[in-house]
Design a protein around this ligand. Structure first.
Ligand code: WTA
Length: 652
């Protein structure tokens, strides 16, 4: 493969496959051609205020805004002076339309129980729960901490908060007591919402027990609302804890939505930095709402009768934007599943697609790699022909995993949208449009209208086409974070200092001669071998293109000769033997695919890789293991600590 020398990051991945959108798909799509896309993009780039201002008329306004954008770098205000309400836009706005009795949420619990809530039913539940919150003294601007399993009540709690102007802070249901307490303390949350327990692979997780421990270190919490989800017994502290069903039994279904300032905080969502304490990313009302709605409509080409399934947890930004706020404000049907993909067996997701006739399926590369590892027979057992569009998010997708998704799940018929974005961006930033963009496996393709990216070098200047560098965004957009909760200085330092005047997202990328973007991994993950700066994804994708490899993570370890040497951690496909001969073969394979200089010096077979709870490989920890160091920095987001212990013991 050709190597493009850039002086920045060496690009070694050369992907030449191109998949135009199927004609039948384009004919019915919202955005049907690259010309239509380009027209929208040009309009938005020329005058973002006017572009988004026109779009914003789709929201309901109690009072119209005076000005679409006030940009006081790095602080943006969108739709200044306007009053709106996100819960109103997600619910009330549909009630006098034919959507009133359409399914807003279709939910399946892990044990197989099902709930369907129409827009009218969901509206009623949300109004009642909003009154419950009020009865406990929750006011506009108060913070509400939520730690729940993936149940419909989680969406109800979010919408009830926004209805009365309270700010939610959701902590993913897999975090520890310590992590909840830290976030509660930082947000100074007043009320906690949780459940007695949650289901995970047939076991009952004792959520309330974890919360009890967290609340000992959360002095700001005055009340705790507990949903009864499982049979798990739990203690109820007199004067503090109250059952969800007891509150709801007395609540009135009448609760008008509070007119909220366009820039009023909507939620805080904590995301980990590679060092230091987690950052409370702050999103606000109207801009976030509009961005979630429009990106949902454009990217998932939402049709009135679609069943849309995003498999993320609501505790992550993907769930906030594409299970709850985006789909509901677009009047869509959003499917929520409580359980794991391999319980009771590895066919669970395909069974759900078959049962509910899911049309659009949005999942993570880590899940796709697991499906590949589990084998095609699980897919073959089910009729998944209702699918018409597939998506990925969270990490780069290795081209071979993309090809499997395209063939096995998409039957070579469904477009794939590889969506690049972040907790901080609020919604999708770069992606193919399914009816317009010819896709290249492994590329998130092009920026959405209103998004203006630029790849720059460490000097802040644009790098030449094809070269890798830091990905920045040069114009404000409505869904952008407005700050870090309580820490404007950290916001400026983190995102706006290294490249003045531009948003620095922390990823490396390159833009090819067709204007397609390729995300090359986090800035911190770059490898430097004999002066070649390499991106992790390229080496990993070369490994994954070998039949024996299910998943791979490449990191650098210190090396006297080459500065850094590549160390690859590899999990094998089921049935493959971990032999020394295979190690040799894999090294040679990378040498052939990329070049000898990139061939791993070490290959280590492992049964699992350390990942964040949202499925991203934590290369930082692998770097420590490869170098034989203790891990420093924040490990609170690690999904399974035993993986680290196993990796270290494999070492000996
Ligand atoms: C990575 C998730 C490559 C990237 C919505 C980003 C991706 C971080 C992609 C944000 C993609 C997300 N291709 N990398 N399609 N999508 N990432 O905040 O490194 O959990 O900066 O938001 O995930 O992760 P977060």
């Amino acid at each position: 493969m050709a190597e493009v020398k850039s002086g920045h990051i060496v690009n070694v991945m050369k992907e030449e496959r191109l998949f135009p959108p199927p004609k039948a798909f384009s004919e019915r799509a919202r955005i049907r051609s690259m010309e239509d896309y380009q027209k929208l993009w040009d309009e938005a780039a020329a005058d973002p205020g006017k572009f988004w201002g026109d779009m914003a008329k789709e929201l309901h306004w109690f009072k119209p805004f005076d000005k679409a954008l006030e940009w006081n770098m790095p602080f943006a205000k969108w739709f200044v002076g306007g009053l709106t309400n996100v819960s109103y836009n997600c619910l009330d706005a549909h009630l006098n339309t034919p959507r009133a009795n359409k399914a807003a949420i279709i939910w399946e619990g892990e044990p197989g129980d099902t709930v369907v809530l129409t827009y009218r039913m969901l509206h009623r539940e949300v109004c009642k729960f909003a009154n419950c919150l009020k009865s406990l003294g929750v006011n506009k601007g108060d913070r509400v901490s939520i730690y729940m399993p993936m149940v419909p009540e989680l969406a109800i709690a979010m919408l009830a908060c926004t209805r009365i102007g309270a700010i939610h802070s959701i902590v993913f249901g897999g975090f520890s007591a310590e992590a909840i307490a830290d976030r509660n303390q930082d947000a100074q949350a007043k009320v906690q919402i949780t459940a007695n327990g949650g289901w995970r692979r047939g076991k009952e997780l004792p959520l309330k027990g974890i919360v009890d421990e967290a609340l000992e270190k959360s002095p700001s919490i005055q009340k705790c609302i507990v949903l009864k989800r499982t049979r798990t017994e739990c203690s109820m502290k007199e004067g503090r804890d109250v059952w969800w069903h007891d509150l709801m039994a007395k609540a009135s279904p009448d609760c008008p939505a509070e007119p909220m300032d366009a820039e009023a905080p909507l939620f805080i969502l904590y995301t980990s930095g590679s060092t230091g304490k987690p950052k409370g990313v702050r999103h606000t009302t109207a801009g976030y709402n509009l961005f979630a709605k429009k990106t949902f409509e454009w990217v998932f080409d939402n049709r009135e009768d679609d069943v849309f399934w995003c498999t993320a947890d609501i505790g992550w930004i993907t769930g906030h934007s594409y299970i709850v706020y985006g789909p509901l404000s677009a009047g869509a049907t959003s499917l929520i599943f409580e359980g794991a993909p391999n319980w009771p067996d590895e066919g669970r997701f395909w069974e759900i697609i078959e049962k509910y006739r899911v049309n659009v399926f949005y999942t993570a590369p880590t899940a796709i790699r697991a499906f590949i590892k589990w084998g095609d027979e699980w897919v073959d057992k089910h009729d998944i022909s209702s699918l018409r569009l597939l998506g990925t998010v969270g990490e780069g997708i290795n081209p071979e995993a993309w090809m499997w998704y395209h063939k096995k799940i998409g039957a070579e018929r469904c477009p794939i949208v590889d969506t690049w974005w972040q907790t901080e961006t609020g919604g999708i930033m770069m992606t193919p449009l399914p009816g317009a963009t010819p896709t290249k496996p492994g590329s998130c393709c092009k920026p959405l209208p209103g998004i203006v990216p630029e790849v720059v070098g460490e000097d802040g200047k644009p790098v030449p086409t094809g070269s890798g560098g830091w990905l920045t965004i040069t114009q404000p957009w409505p869904g952008m974070l407005r700050g870090i909760w309580g820490d404007d200085e950290r916001y400026k330092a983190q995102y706006w200092s290294d490249v003045p005047g531009k948003y620095l997202c922390g990823d490396n990328a390159r833009c090819d001669e067709d204007g397609y973007y390729w995300i090359m991994g986090r800035i911190d993950d770059v490898l430097n071998v004999s002066g070649h700066r390499l991106s992790t994804i390229e080496i990993e994708s070369a490994l994954v293109s070998h039949d024996a490899v299910a998943e791979a993570a490449a990191v650098g370890r210190p090396d006297d000769m080459t500065g850094e040497a590549v160390c690859a951690f590899v999990t094998l496909t089921s049935g493959t033997e971990p032999t020394d001969a295979l190690k040799k073969e894999l090294k040679a394979h990378v040498g052939k695919e990329i070049g000898k200089f990139a061939a791993p010096a070490d290959i280590r077979f492992t049964s699992a890789l350390p990942k964040t709870r949202s499925g991203k490989i934590m290369r930082r920890l692998l770097r420590d293991i490869a170098a034989g160091r203790e891990s420093a920095g924040d490990t609170s987001t690690l999904e399974d600590f035993s993986v680290l212990a196993r990796l270290r013991s494999d070492d000996e």
